[in-house]
Design a protein. Structure first.
Length: 175
């Protein structure tokens, strides 16, 4: 599996049997490839503050890859009110690389009234992590709501509150 971790609040500590370790905080993207086998642990990096995160698993497009790890701070690259390619096997400008040529994970932080265009792909998964939004043909979305679109074409998504966090999986095959 290709495992992407995106922290919304707090800090998550990662350690694995390949010797990789790091703390993932908001603005830091992490990918771990389980590959042919790896042991790992993740835990809240704080004893007093909570951590809130998204962890997404996607199958690789190649069998037998070795375990791998990549972590990158994208704080200086990501812009408010724009989609940013967080992890991809398709987009050359993505923060971290996936071993999956048919998938891109986009993220965005939107202010109230900001609009983005959801990619036109055969399979798309839109999730609102915080805030709220409206999506053409789907209506109002609250925190935790998700929509899966199949061959739906491009659609406008408009934030209805400040600090709306959106994740979008753009997939060119059914994974």
């Amino acid at each position: 599996m290709e495992i992407v971790t995106w922290v919304l609040d707090g800090a998550l500590e990662h350690r694995d049997s390949a010797g990789n370790q790091g703390v993932i905080t908001p603005g830091v993207a992490q990918r771990m490839s389980a590959g042919s086998g790896i042991r790992h642990s993740e835990q809240n990096a704080s004893r007093s503050e909570s951590v809130r995160l998204l962890q997404m698993w996607i199958p690789p497009d190649t069998a037998g890859i070795p375990p791998g790890y990549e972590q990158r701070d994208i704080s200086a690259d990501k812009r408010d009110d724009e989609l940013f390619p967080l992890a991809s096997g398709r987009e050359s400008g993505a923060a971290i690389t996936l071993h999956q040529r048919d998938a891109t994970l986009w993220v965005a932080t939107l202010g109230a009234g900001a609009k983005i265009v959801v990619p036109d792909a055969p399979f798309v998964h839109v999730m609102v992590s915080t805030g709220g939004a409206t999506l053409d043909s789907a209506g109002a979305l609250a925190p935790g709501d998700a929509v899966r679109l199949t061959a739906a074409g491009a659609a406008d998504l408009t934030a209805t509150s400040d600090a709306t966090e959106i994740t979008i999986w753009e997939m060119w095959s059914e994974l």
